[in-house]
Design a protein around this ligand. Structure first.
Ligand SMILES: *Cc1c(COP(=O)(O)O)cnc(C)c1O
Length: 369
């Protein structure tokens, strides 16, 4: 049999570079600290385990396809109409669903140069053309450049705010300016996966923009501050017309029964979220300061992770630092795939993990070989 006899994926699929998740483990270290995927060291709310134990869900039955209970809980927690909310198997699913719904071959999808890799993958999977737009010098989204890249073929614009892996954000005034400059038929997707962590008066996740316009979507996740990455729960808030269109495309039971119960319990526990924010506030500051003290540049972050820049000097590179940290059980994220070959992304972890990384990097920077 020759390869021409084989089924051939549609054009574009084999150009996709598959997403590489943060490493989970390393060999040889006695204890492993996973700081590669921006999960929370606090874990989920204790209310999650209670709700799962109490609920007695019948797993022989299909889940509620509209995830009604979860949408109601999200609506209550955020003061939003549940009819404008759709839940997904992680927000990744929703990002893909938006591409499948709004992009056809020939269309263009925009995202920022160092933006989340899922956008590019999903734009290509929809058969459309991905367009990466350069950031400014501070690795921050540049609204003028984004608007300058819009053509009549542009159908969707993705903005992670704050962005992963840079940790940078743009203020609500800039998001509004971006929206105002887009033609009304272009969907603006505001990916606010880290919104809860941001402590800036000029930041907004996007609720107001969605509420006032029919072409804006805000996506959120339970994977980060809510500590439920393993259950895969995300949601989006959008105009009814967008929800209606995506509802036609999505899988009918895309959110499982366990996720619905757990998510509804997690989002009601405001105190747990506040603990996670307080932990992050404290340690993001301490870690950043300590890294700078070791002579390592960092990009100012408003998320639960920090981008650390390494010199290109042999012996001191990001790749070598990654190796060194890994052998001591500290798993960070290489970000060469994001166009940042000289940096590592570190998730803010437990006190023990954070101090361990700092200690290890101190040895790394001091070593002469
Ligand atoms: C982690 C992350 C998400 C969340 O993805 P899930 O599929 O909900 O786990 C979305 N966007 C960005 C930018 C992220 O970093």
């Amino acid at each position: 049999m020759t390869s021409t006899d084989m089924p051939r994926p549609k054009p574009g699929v084999l150009d996709i570079a598959a997403y590489v998740p943060g490493r989970e483990t390393v060999h040889g270290a006695a204890k492993v600290y996973k700081l590669s995927s921006n999960e929370t060291p606090l874990g989920p709310s204790p209310k999650v385990a209670e709700a799962i134990a109490a609920k007695n869900a019948d797993f022989a039955l299909y889940p509620d396809g509209s995830a009604h209970v979860l949408r109601e809980a999200i609506g209550r927690a955020h003061g939003l109409n549940p009819n404008n909310i759709m839940c997904g198997n992680g927000s990744d699913e929703l990002l893909g669903l938006l591409c499948q719904t709004y992009l056809a071959p020939g269309d263009e999808g925009l995202f920022t140069e160092h933006g989340f890799l899922v956008y590019k993958i999903q734009i290509k999977a929809a058969g459309a053309t991905p367009v990466a737009v350069p950031d400014d010098e501070g690795l921050t989204a540049d609204v003028d450049r984004l608007l300058g890249a819009v053509t009549e073929r542009t159908k969707i614009v993705f903005l992670a705010n704050p962005n992963n892996p840079t940790g940078t954000y743009i203020p609500v005034s800039e998001v509004r300016r971006l929206h105002a400059g887009l033609p009304p038929h272009v969907v603006l997707v505001l990916d606010a996966a880290y919104a809860e962590y941001v402590r800036r008066n000029d930041y907004e996740a996007g609720v107001e923009l969605v509420s006032n316009h029919s072409n804006v979507v805000m996506t959120r996740t339970f994977s980060k501050i809510h500590g439920l990455a393993g259950l895969r729960i995300g949601w989006m808030y959008a105009h009814e017309a967008i929800i209606d269109a995506c509802n036609r495309v999505r899988g009918p039971f895309n959110v499982n029964s366990l996720a619905i119960i757990a998510g509804a319990a997690a989002i009601g526990d405001r105190a747990h979220v506040e603990r996670a924010v307080a932990h992050n506030d404290l340690w993001l500051g301490k870690v950043t300061e300590a890294l700078e003290g070791l002579g390592l540049a960092t990009t100012p972050s408003v998320g639960n992770f920090v981008l650390v820049h390494f010199p290109e000097t042999p012996g001191k590179t990001a790749a070598e630092a990654d190796e060194f940290l890994g052998s001591r059980g500290f798993v960070l994220r290489r970000v060469a795939g994001y166009g940042l070959p000289n940096a590592l992304r570190m998730t803010i972890g437990s006190e023990e993990a954070n101090l361990g990384v700092i200690e290890a990097l101190k040895s790394f920077m001091a070593s002469t070989s």
